[in-house]
Design a binder for this molecule. Structure first.
Ligand SMILES: [Zn+2]
Length: 529
């Protein structure tokens, strides 16, 4: 008789393979808390067995004779890629990360592909998939198949119970104190997150858009306002010399009359959360993606006040913020006239005067930067900005020294310094006709290898300062200074601000009157509680 595996055996082998080869990150984090020693060894092995049993139960419940192989193949493929990202960047694949991945455009994805990733995919994904595909499996009759399922779930549950009981000394505190460790189990957590994302995206009830600020009116002084809000990308505060960084990364802004906020924190650790949160009336502590998407935001309120609103985007997109205003994609060659290897942020300023000249009344422009988008920081600036060398010239940041990564990152900050000073120059040209202002805020920070972390996206409650403490500053034109007390404002630059303040600050800078406006939250008139 030909050699055949039972479906239970095949599932068990694949589950064990996943635990042994694709859970390096999980065990690395576990052994940071429970070091490998004789007294912990039994517990560590039991964790592996429990994880294997959990995957077994999952596979058994989700599969039938027709879907077992496709399911197992999907598991090993997903796990191999997840494994790469967790090992390399120390990231967690939660539902926000899944959302980021899906909302990311092709160019950004290409930025992430490299030989090492393909190696993981080939050895831990494709080869095991081929073996699973080729191996003959006997399922028996329908009755036998059901019986085998019941048996394998029972065995898995017994293993779990015995392990929990045998090592209960460890497990009582393990589950209570180390909840974040479950984020590193692979592919279970990634599958859970994908399920959560799909459910939230496709199955939640359609909500009607809630309009807000319908009472909004433009300022009574009758002077036209022109505000540019620059949304920065992955620019952390402590790499700005304006915040005391020992390197000169703000040589141009330094010459301007900048009001720099040194203590401002982001709403999220990813673009997909921070950008909608910044513009929404919700605050970080009660922010949900669902609620934000169900309601208008501050740029809608400006529109209700009669202002013209334009969003130019050289990042991925507006994350749902600019759905009801004029939106222009500046990552497209043709729209953006300054594209070399990639389209430059400065391109967003080209032709902006024509737009402003064509408007009547107040104007608000949002420029969403490419900024310091990682991991390929070296691509984010023209050659002329390569002041700090040597730089990391690959997207495999772990191959570079901390110095090379930092140099490339700082050069990208230097380019943002240039871009912001160009934006200020643009506003100066319009100072005769407008009260002008620029507000710059980065969406989140970035880890550059500190504590073994790279990029961003760590869940907020456990995110390091590097990912949440962001670059933020303002500039005002001469006419604005007649209305806004810049002197008083510059006394309050070290206070604790956050993205929560942006909603009211934009209304304050534009002088818009609405019942929604809370001047105690407007940075211009902020009152610390
Ligand atoms: Zn971002």
């Amino acid at each position: 008789m030909q050699f055949k595996l039972t479906s239970t055996k095949l599932s068990a082998i694949v589950a064990l393979f996943l635990v042994l080869f694709d859970n390096i990150s999980f065990f690395k984090h576990v052994t940071e808390i429970y070091e490998v020693s004789m007294s912990n060894l039994g517990f560590l092995v039991s964790l592996g067995l429990i994880l294997t049993a959990v995957i077994m139960v999952l596979v058994t419940l989700l599969s039938s004779r027709y879907t077992l192989k496709p399911l197992l193949i999907a598991f090993v493929l997903i796990a191999s890629v997840t494994n790469y990202f967790m090992n390399t960047y120390n990231v967690i694949l939660d539902d926000t990360m899944i959302q980021n991945a899906i909302e990311t455009n092709v160019n950004e994805s290409l930025d992430l592909i490299n030989l090492k990733l393909l190696g993981y995919l080939f050895f831990l994904g494709i080869i095991p998939s081929l073996i699973i595909y080729r191996v003959p499996v006997s399922y028996g009759s329908f009755k036998e198949e059901i019986w085998a399922k019941i048996k394998s779930i029972a065995i898995a549950l017994i293993i779990i119970l015995v392990m929990l009981f045998a090592f209960n000394r460890f497990y009582t505190s393990f589950f209570r104190e180390n909840k974040p460790l479950r984020y590193y189990t692979n592919p279970t957590f990634c599958l859970y997150s994908s399920g959560k994302y799909i459910f939230n995206t496709f199955y939640k009830k359609e909500t009607t858009l809630k309009q807000i600020g319908l009472d909004a009116k433009r300022a009574e002084d009758g002077v036209r306002k022109l505000t540019i809000v620059v949304v920065g990308e992955a620019a952390r505060a402590n790499r700005f010399s304006l915040n005391g960084y020992e390197r000169e990364t703000n040589p141009l802004l330094k010459k301007e009359e900048i009001i720099n906020f040194s203590n401002l924190y982001s709403c999220g650790t990813s673009t997909a959360i921070s950008v909608p949160c910044m513009f929404s009336g919700l605050e970080r502590k009660n922010y949900t993606d669902k609620e934000a998407k169900a309601s208008e935001n501050v740029i809608d309120v400006l529109k209700h006040s009669g202002a013209s609103v334009l969003w130019r985007d050289n990042n991925s997109d507006s994350k749902g913020v600019a759905l009801r205003v004029t939106y222009q994609d500046y990552r497209t060659v043709g729209n953006n006239t300054l594209c070399e290897d990639e389209c430059r942020d400065e391109g967003m300023l080209v032709g902006l005067q024509e737009y402003v000249d064509a408007q009547k009344g107040d104007v608000m422009i949002v420029l969403h930067q490419m900024g310091n988008h990682g991991p390929a920081y070296y691509k984010r600036y023209p050659k002329a900005f390569e002041k700090f060398t040597p730089t990391c010239q690959t997207n495999q940041v772990e191959k570079c020294s901390a110095e090379e990564i930092g140099n490339a990152y700082d050069n990208a900050i230097l380019y943002t310094d240039y871009f912001l000073s160009k934006t200020i120059d643009f506003l100066k040209q319009n100072d005769k006709n407008f009260q002008t202002a620029m507000i710059y805020m980065a969406d989140h920070g970035e880890s550059l290898g500190e504590k073994g972390l790279y990029l961003h996206g760590v869940p907020y409650f456990m995110a390091p300062d590097e990912q949440t403490h962001v670059g933020a500053l303002m500039w005002f034109g001469e006419k604005s200074k007649a209305r806004i007390d810049v002197q008083a404002l510059s006394q309050k630059t070290n206070l604790a601000y956050s993205h929560d303040n942006l909603f009211h600050t934009i209304l304050g800078v534009m002088g818009v009157q609405t019942a929604l406006y809370d001047k105690t939250k407007d940075i211009l008139t902020y009152q610390q509680k």
